[in-house]
Design a protein around this ligand. Structure first.
Ligand SMILES: Nc1ncnc2c1ncn2[C@@H]1O[C@H](COP(=O)(O)OP(=O)(O)O)[C@@H](O)[C@H]1O
Ligand SMILES: [Mg+2]
Length: 419
């Protein structure tokens, strides 16, 4: 019998998934802790994601346990060749199926409605946490959402029903760089080559929710916002509330889209999740509604502690744990800390401003990447004028078109990857 492959103190058990960033294995540490081990296909492929994760200190998503490089070439449990020197990282294991796999199986209308609310809640809270920490996710799509085996009952991180994974393309919002994306889920402002903001994540979430609610959209080769909104108008009566927030996320103007916290709050209410006052105290749920709830909850909690009177029927008072505001994201505001992209193997830390003419290299790069993403998606965005569309058309190689047909725009494209 051959020994299972080992990486650091981890034993690789089985391949869990793979994407543009690397291959993910379920692994177990020598002390029995399960983890997800993401190993780059080559070189420093996951080093940047490990840095982003280390700084993000997520609660609504996996956290970084350890990172390193392969000391020797290795064969994965699935036979994949893992080269010496490839970077790897271990994150906390998240149980459950990926949303794309779930959507490939039959689903009743009722299940779809519940699933959309669960994803709106878990991914909404995950995005709220990232956005408040100054990070844009950059690749919200069904393959990057994991569904917990059980439906959530309480609005708190450890009970979440859906988890947004994969920070491979996450960037600092203030820096506004575009590291790549998945053509199918690109927001209109990114198609136009504008600076990527957190609202682009919300647009992608809108498309994901629409694919859950309307089965024909999940099968469509490309998603056009106007057609998606029209399809959402025809959902069954019971799903109209979820469909309405979904349509709001698809607003063409980034500023018109609701925040992640707003979506998560609506979803928590639709799912009738119990409030966890410790969670509210940590700053997430983080919307205005939650802050009002937090203010009104404090005196009530004091009374409960004193005499267990006046307990709200749906407020579950979980044991008081260490207090203190979540440290999440604070680090990124400290003067002197390098921006995330300065840590990137791709961009480097050189300021991109050219000084004259108001054109920046970063912007040019973004436009080029946006054009490339579009070319690979093989769709013409309505906002592209004819001249630019012709230019994009010329740049589109035969290989690109074949790739686009193969991928139907669902695969991640990364800056620097070959077409
Ligand atoms: N922490 C985790 N726990 C369990 N499964 C995970 C975890 N992280 C990722 N996965 C699985 O591995 C797949 C690939 O991981 P991902 O981070 O998306 O890599 P890539 O950047 O290559 O797309 C995901 O779709 C998911 O199914
Ligand atoms: Mg992925």
């Amino acid at each position: 019998m051959t020994d299972s492959p080992r990486v650091g103190g981890w034993t690789l058990e089985a391949k869990r998934g793979e994407g543009a960033g690397g291959i993910v294995f379920r692994a177990v540490r020598s002390d029995g802790i399960p983890g997800a081990l993401k190993i780059a296909r080559a070189g420093d492929g996951v080093g940047r994601e490990a840095l982003v994760l280390a700084r993000a200190q997520r609660r609504w998503g996996p956290t970084l346990i350890e990172a390193g490089r392969l000391e020797r070439e290795l064969a994965g449990p699935d036979g994949s060749a893992l080269p010496r020197g490839a970077s790897w990282m271990a994150t906390t294991w998240v149980d459950g199926d990926a949303l794309d796999a779930r959507l490939a199986r039959p689903c009743t209308d009722e299940e779809r409605r519940a699933l959309a609310a669960i994803v709106a809640h878990g991914v909404g809270r995950g995005l709220d946490e990232l956005h408040r920490g100054g990070v844009r996710h950059g690749d919200v799509k069904p393959a990057n959402v994991l569904l917990a085996p059980a439906r959530p009952a309480v609005d708190r991180a450890r009970d979440r029903g859906a988890t947004l994974v994969d920070l491979d393309l996450a960037t600092e919002i203030a820096h506004g760089s575009l590291e790549g994306g998945t053509p199918r889920y690109l927001a209109p402002e990114l198609r136009a080559g504008e600076a990527p903001g957190p609202a682009a994540d919300l647009y992608a979430l809108g498309l994901v929710l629409a694919e859950i609610l309307v089965p024909s959209l999940a099968r469509a080769p490309a998603l056009d916002a106007a057609a998606v909104v029209e399809a959402l108008g025809a959902v069954v009566k019971e799903a109209r509330d979820v469909a309405a927030w979904t349509a709001a996320l698809l607003a063409r103007a980034p500023g018109a889209r609701p925040s992640a916290a707003w979506i998560a709050d609506r979803a928590a209410r639709a799912l009738r999740l119990d409030v966890d006052l410790d969670e509210v105290d940590r700053g997430s749920p983080g919307s205005g509604a939650a802050r009002v709830r937090r203010r009104s909850a404090r005196p009530r909690r004091a009374r409960c502690t004193a005499g267990r009177r006046d307990r709200r029927p749906r407020a579950r008072l979980a044991g008081r744990r260490a207090r203190g505001r979540a440290a999440f994201g604070r680090g990124s505001e400290r003067a002197g800390d390098p921006p995330l992209d300065a840590l990137s193997r791709r961009g480097g830390s050189t300021p991109d401003r050219t000084g004259g003419g108001g054109v920046t290299r970063a912007r040019g790069g973004r436009r080029a990447l946006a054009a490339r993403l579009l070319a690979l998606a093989a769709i013409a965005p309505p906002e592209m004028d004819a001249r630019r569309r012709d230019g994009a058309e010329r740049r589109r190689s035969r290989a690109g078109r074949a790739g686009a047909r193969r991928l139907a725009g669902r695969a991640t494209i990364r800056r620097g990857s070959s077409s």
